[in-house]
Design a protein around this ligand. Sequence first.
Ligand code: 4NP
Length: 157
Amino acid sequence: MVQKILFVCLGNICRSPAAEGIFNQKIKERDLENFFVVDSAGTGSWHVGNLPDKRMRAAALSRGIELTSRSRQIEENDLYQFDQILVMDKDNLEAVKSLTNDNKNPVNSKIKLILSYSKKSQLDEVPDPYYGGQNGFDKVLDLLNDAIDELINSLID
Ligand code: 4NP
């Protein structure tokens, strides 16, 4: 059965496109491409239609990952379309949950912080790199790399 995975951040130009790219690279390496559909979205609409930030594209490319997605804003229907929704920080978590006003909705159980999968990092949230320097983008990739290995392991269990 195909599992549908959505990564979410604020702008959908830095963290969540990177998560999408890393996930795609890993399932390709592990020959698991037929088992997953992956996408990313932002809670905000400022960058809709744009490619990922060029600093993130450069950081990802230096690890052999080309980021070609276009920013889109998450919508309520995504909560029903996807099986797992992995968010970067607690603001994203609240924003995604608030897309439905039904608190008992079973969708809440499929929305998680991506770093809840990380075994190496003590952080709960992937820091927003947008207003920082280039090393913030490399840090995001390191955090996501570890968490996404564990995410995939849990999904194929
Ligand atoms: P992202 O980073 O949520 O990881 O895509 C950001 C991108 C843009 C903005 C903030 C964060 N912004 O304020 O435009």
